[in-house]
Design a protein around this ligand. Structure first.
Ligand code: PEP
Ligand code: MN
Length: 279
């Protein structure tokens, strides 16, 4: 029998179990994959400088180690808010002078790669771009850590394959992000696959971050799933926070307000301690 087309052919190098989890430094001493649980928080979209700074002040005060904020937004409808684009990059630039924490933002289009690299500390590849191999190859050639989100229809093998498009082009600073997959159930926006946390670590040795905001799509489910993620061994969590979620230009339903985020951080501290980590 010709076995060349069978799934048993190993497509990717298997890591050595003894090698442990890779530590990826985002910048400014913030490392993902260490004993410190890294909380990345901020708005889905940067809407204005004032909105981003307000949120940054609040989340850093609660214990966030890094900020998030989208300026290029991959929206389902082309008529929805698409992000501030290059104006938003200008806001991130100002934020970098004001705050001593790394900033993560999503790159949608390879044409903005250089602009992004000049401004952000970590480049996010969104779920919809996980299969964008030309984009991943270019990210393999830059000296910038990448937060690679799982495609919402991707198997773990496909997810790992996408990571290898970056790794094999020379960039070892890859962090995987589980953000939920599509299921038959509509009670939550996606289905948070927490088994991916130990499986991905075993398959790749890369650190894994969990995004309970996009996974659930409902703000009241974010806290329990964030806690479960940390208990399952996630090296970090990424959470959307808005000063007034009902007014958010994107993903308001799943965004925590400042008080909810404060409570989440205090509860995460307890879980982190229980599993030998700290916030
Ligand atoms: C986001 O992080 O704002 C985002 C669009 O996430 P995802 O790509 O996981 O949908
Ligand atoms: Mn979002």
């Amino acid at each position: 029998m010709d076995k060349s087309n069978t799934a048993s052919v190993k497509a990717f190098p298997i890591r050595q179990p003894a090698s442990g989890i890779r530590q990826v430094e985002i910048s400014r001493g913030v490392v993902i994959g260490s004993k410190r649980l890294v909380v990345i928080a901020g708005p889905c979209s940067i809407e204005s400088e004032e909105q981003f700074f307000d949120t940054a002040d609040a989340v850093i005060q609660c214990g966030a180690a890094a900020l998030r904020g989208g300026v290029f937004k991959p929206r389902t409808s082309p008529y929805s808010f698409q992000g501030l684009g290059c104006e938003g990059l200008g806001i991130i630039k100002h934020a970098k002078k004001r705050y001593d924490v790394p900033i993560v933002s999503e790159l949608l289009d390879v044409r903005y790669l250089d602009d992004m690299c000049r401004v952000v500390d970590m480049i996010q590849v969104g779920s919809r771009n996980m299969y964008n191999y030309p984009l991943l190859k270019e990210l393999g050639k830059v000296n910038k850590p990448v937060l690679l989100k799982r495609g919402f229809m991707a198997t773990l093998e496909e997810f790992v394959g996408a990571a290898h498009y970056i790794l094999s082009n020379g960039n070892n600073n890859v962090v995987l992000c589980e953000r939920g997959i599509r299921s038959f159930d509509s009670a939550t926006r996606f289905c948070l696959d927490l088994s991916s946390v130990p499986v991905l670590k075993e398959m790749t040795g890369l650190p894994v971050v969990v995004d309970p905001s996009h996974a659930t799509g409902v703000s009241r489910y974010v806290e329990p799933m964030a806690m479960a993620a940390v208990a399952a061994g996630a090296d970090g969590v990424m959470v959307e926070v808005h000063r007034n979620p009902s007014q958010a230009l994107s993903d308001g339903h799943q965004s925590l307000n400042f008080a909810e985020f404060r409570r989440l951080c205090s509860r995460l501290r307890g879980i982190a301690n229980a599993v030998g980590r700290r916030l």
